[in-house]
Design a protein around this ligand. Structure first.
Ligand code: ADP
Ligand code: MG
Length: 277
């Protein structure tokens, strides 16, 4: 039974998170290496709480590496090392004594390829997120929380009658939204998304973008995308990454999305956002 599992913690209604969960993320002079190859050079970026920051730039310039550094996944790669700091609401997630699982709970990740637990039911997929987030609730509360997460991920109406089906039985776009629901169930302050739509068809892409639009103002979002229209549609600000001729990746320019697309100050940004390289 769920008895040992049963207790407390009423769900925090969306939009009523305590002020301590602001979710501002600041990267300070982050450099990264694989072996002795440097792939990021002193990248600093402020990602304001409850805004959407888009990371754009050509393949290989270090966007995914940067994203993995933001939730301590980079250090899981054998040859990887890094320098610099990452502050979540002012506290360095790399401080000694700060556990890796702490960062992982506060800062969720959604990958390019949807990766739900394929044999587990939709319900259990979301439940796994709730458990990771430390939510203990009775059966009815669990049902309500699962519904809330699936609703916020824009999936509830499509799956409400098939919660016991395996996650792997969904379409790609639905699997991605299930992954978003699972990530939200952990109640992160920040959600990182690495090209979340590049494996999806246009309809699913639109659904995910709608979800992002609804999450905006609740969760801080950092999204890597190669789709400039998407960056323009979903983000408040953009950072343009570039690694020129074998040099490590840097941020060439960042700023409000409107300005980055409308009147970028660096000609390389203008070329990139206009599809010229
Ligand atoms: P992006 O996401 O912008 O395409 P990545 O962060 O994936 O860029 O890669 C940045 C650089 O780091 C690339 O040159 C890539 O080859 C290298 N790289 C990425 N992952 C690894 C890894 N696990 N081991 C060695 N090199 C890697
Ligand atoms: Mg990448």
């Amino acid at each position: 039974t769920d008895l040992a599992d049963t207790v407390t913690l009423p769900p925090v209604p969306a939009g009523k998170r305590p002020a301590t969960r602001a979710g501002a993320l600041d990267a300070e002079a982050v450099s990264a290496w694989f072996g002795d190859r440097k792939v990021l050079d002193r990248v600093s970026l402020a990602m304001p709480a409850r805004e959407v920051t888009a990371l754009i730039g050509p393949s290989g310039c270090g966007k995914s590496t940067f994203l993995r550094i933001l939730n301590r996944m980079h250090e899981l790669v054998g040859s990887a090392s890094l320098a610099g700091r990452v502050l979540l609401d002012g506290a360095d997630i790399y401080d000694r004594g700060r556990r890796i699982t702490h960062a992982r709970r506060e800062i969720g990740m959604v990958f390019q390829k949807p990766n739900p637990f394929p044999a587990m039911s939709l319900y259990e997929n979301v439940l796994a997120g709730l458990r990771l987030g430390g939510v203990r609730a009775g059966r009815d509360e669990k049902d309500a929380l699962v519904e809330e997460c699936l609703t916020r991920a824009g999936l509830w109406n499509e799956v409400r009658d098939r919660l016991r089906q395996p996650g792997g039985a969904l379409s790609g776009g639905q699997q991605q939204r299930l992954c978003i629901a699972r990530a939200l169930a952990v109640r992160p302050r920040v959600l990182l998304m690495d090209e979340p739509c590049s494996a999806l068809d246009p309809t699913s892409t639109r659904r995910v973008e709608e979800t992002i639009a609804e999450l905006r103002s609740e969760v801080t979002i950092v999204i890597v995308t190669h789709n400039m229209q998407q960056a323009a549609r979903v983000s408040d600000s953009c950072a343009f990454f570039l690694a020129e001729q074998g040099t490590p990746g840097v941020i060439v320019e960042h700023g409000p999305t409107e300005r980055m697309f409308g009147s970028p100050s660096d000609p390389r940004t203008a070329d990139y956002v206009n599809g010229r390289f």
